[in-house]
Design a protein around this ligand. Sequence first.
Ligand code: AMP
Ligand code: FES
Ligand code: ZN
Length: 299
Amino acid sequence: MKCRRCKALAAVALPSHHAGFCPDCFRKFFLKQVETAIRRKKMILPEDKILVALSGGKDSLALMEALTRLGYQPVGLHVDLKIPGSSDVARKTVEDFCSRRGLRLIVADMEEWGLPIPEVRRKVKRPICSICGKIKRHAFNRIALEQGFDVLATGHNLDDETARLFANTLRWDEAHMAGQSPSLPAENGFARKIKPLYRLSEFETAAFAFLTDIEYTTAPCPYSRGASFTAHKALLAQLEARSPGSKISFYEGFLERGRPAFQNRDSDKEQLAPCQYCGMPTSAGACGVCRVRQLLQQS
Ligand code: AMP
Ligand code: FES
Ligand code: ZN
């Protein structure tokens, strides 16, 4: 197969685009997709201060690399969860990535925040992954707002987004469908959130990471029974193999025609006020994360 742009030998085949690319043209293609996402969804204004949540995995590091190559000056944020056997590797991967490229990194250490995940797991009798997700989102929002960032970017890709949409659609979960978007405005005490990789598949971000010499971690979290939405991703991959382009048209179609219908029914939003301890928005006096912290302090 030949490269679509320069006719050299192709190194990456992309059936959904009916194309193959050589390494150099693939990197350009990838950056163009990120640029298109940012422009179409008005994700970033020229003067915005950008915070990128970096887990140490391929997606978030590829996103950071792409934003810097596009001329932005993003700052990284890593949340060190203190999980034995995975957090040390993740933190070191992110620290090495940022120091090699001269990028500023903020580390939020959950031990220092009174929220080490192993301790949370011992004390709270609910599934740890959902509480841990809540704690991470809380840390992202708190750092973004307290340190004056305009926008928070995460590395969610097309496979993450379509699998989540598929799961929401199977349940006709209107509230979650109304809230699913690659670009959510700042409101009610939440920072603006963006997902600039939403047009790119997991395979494409892995290829970009490989072709830009990104060293990322693949160590799974020892507490999760596998990546989220694995079964949905497998089904959508079958659909994509039979009918290339299905995933992006499913998602773009939802954003253009599906989501507006649900957004209008989103009228019964909870009234939010600042948490009395941390100031983050909550419907109760103390937010869920501060209540978990208090539970840990009691014993
Ligand atoms: P996940 O929910 O693990 O698939 O991660 C989705 C996105 O959340 C990643 O692409 C990162 O942008 C961000 N993220 C996940 N875990 C962390 C972490 N420990 N620190 C900073 N960002 C994270
Ligand atoms: Fe949070 Fe696994 S990363 S429980
Ligand atoms: Zn709080």
